[in-house]
Design a protein around this ligand. Structure first.
Ligand code: NAD
Length: 411
């Protein structure tokens, strides 16, 4: 996905105007601290050598060590990683974690590699960047195309250079210093903020209809928890196709089917559904939970949902955001809606550093509290300043980072 960084900075400037930030402070906040691009060459199983390009962009550390996912996807490029690194800085500030923001990735289709090749790729990438990351500097986590297994290889290779350091990466398997509830965290957080939105509106999430794009880590847990809380998921699309049923999809059956069949396409007894149909569904809530840049000047006018909850990172272009504002569609922005993942990553890091293990119920309660508090703060700013939830979230996040930057000073 090619990103126009100046476009995504429009959201930043809208909030910076409200905060009255100077041009110098804006530049200080926008320019990444470090921007690294490395060659990741590995031997394939057939003996050939293949070269990939890896990125790690460390955007801002004013509030603490930098934190951000590692994405393996063919469309990863420098602009995309830079945009996502910046989003992490505002996101960690919105949920008030003691972190800054970073992001990384490798331009690769992980499904085209064998497990052994993927392991070699991960280890080689760690060899290239281990000096610039670590528990006190920059802590990667899973994102699109990576999972707990990749994080386990990451930790093991990092430890080959630096000794026992389980807090060097989060999203690890439970058996290897991982955290209860990390896998479900982003999806659960999305549902918590949706529920909080309806609480403030004097309505209920139960009974609402939902269309969901993406059925990977985030999308599948979103669907599962929405279903548990009484919402009706009526359309789901992923990379290989989609399904819809106005009476509501059977989520437990669909979860089992998608795991066996590498996606939802072909699920029996329901109608197929394209991405375009999904965006135009007559539903209460639309949840993009796949790629960025999906809701654009072309697709936004077709949207009929009343609410959009951004589970994916950067799914809405500034043009589409303007269209939603004019149509009276309420958007819960990514830097608030999908912050559940980094929040539970923070819990994992805290446990690793104190060598303790918290039970699942404690993780869920702490997550619910953090996400609800963040939503309430953003809601209050939106009411007070009469701005969208996105601008309010940016005001909260950027304001916190700007204050930390000012207080620390520049040495
Ligand atoms: P994933 O790789 O597990 O799943 C991605 C899903 O998107 C898959 O179902 C895939 O089929 C679908 N998809 C890909 N291309 C598509 C297309 N062209 N049309 C329709 N569907 C398509 O990734 P994930 O971890 O679930 O991440 C999804 C989004 O959530 C990303 O934007 C990611 O940055 C964001 N996010 C993830 C986390 C996390 O903890 N994993 C945290 C915050 C934000």
């Amino acid at each position: 996905m090619s990103h126009d960084t100046s476009k995504s900075e429009r959201f930043f400037h809208q909030a910076a105007d409200h905060l009255g930030l100077s041009t110098r402070m804006r530049t200080l906040l926008l320019v990444p601290e470090r921007d690294v691009k490395v060659q990741v060459a590995i031997r394939l199983d057939n003996g050939d050598v293949e070269t990939f390009i890896g990125y790690r962009i460390q955007h801002d550390s004013a509030r603490g060590p930098m934190k951000g996912g590692l994405r393996f996807h063919p469309e990863v490029d420098e602009d995309e990683v830079r945009t996502l690194a910046q989003l992490m800085t505002w996101k960690t500030a919105v949920v008030d974690l003691p972190y800054g923001g970073a992001k990384g990735g490798i331009a690769v289709d992980p499904r085209s590699l064998s497990k052994a090749e993927l392991e070699r790729l991960t280890r080689k990438f760690v060899d290239q960047i281990h000096d610039m990351v670590g528990p006190d500097t920059d802590i990667p986590a899973p994102d699109m195309g990576t999972n707990s297994q990749v994080m386990a290889w990451f930790m093991n290779q990092y430890q080959a250079h630096h000794g026992f350091q389980p807090a060097c990466v989060t999203g690890k398997p439970l058996e290897l210093h991982g955290c209860e509830g990390r896998e479900e965290a982003t999806g659960r957080g999305v549902v918590v903020v949706a529920e909080r939105l309806f609480h403030h509106l004097g309505e209920k999430l139960a009974g609402k209809t939902v269309a969901l794009q993406g059925f990977g880590n985030v999308g599948s847990f979103c669907a599962k928890i929405l279903n548990e809380r009484g919402a009706k998921v009526v359309a789901i699309a992923d990379q290989r196709g989609g399904v819809k049923n106005a009476a509501g999809l059977d989520i437990p059956a669909l979860l089992a089917y998608a795991q066996k069949n590498d996606g939802v396409a072909g699920f029996p007894g329901v109608d197929p559904c394209s991405n375009a149909e999904l965006f135009a569904s007559q539903v209460d809530i639309l949840i993009p939970a796949a790629l960025g840049g999906q809701l654009t000047a072309e697709t936004a006018p077709t949207v009929r949902a009343r609410y959009i909850v951004e589970a994916a990172n950067d799914p809405t272009t500034p043009e589409a955001d303007e269209i939603f504002l004019q149509k009276g569609i309420t958007v819960v922005p990514d830097i608030l809606a999908n912050a559940g993942g980094v929040t539970v990553s923070y819990f994992e890091w805290v446990q690793n550093r104190s060598v303790v293990h918290w039970p699942l119920e404690e993780i869920r309660n702490r997550l619910e509290q953090r996400m609800s508090a963040a939503f309430d703060s953003v809601w209050q700013i939106a009411q007070d300043k009469k701005v969208s939830l996105r601008t309010a979230a940016y005001i909260l996040g950027i304001g916190r980072v700007a204050r930390a930057t000012e207080l620390a000073g520049v040495s």
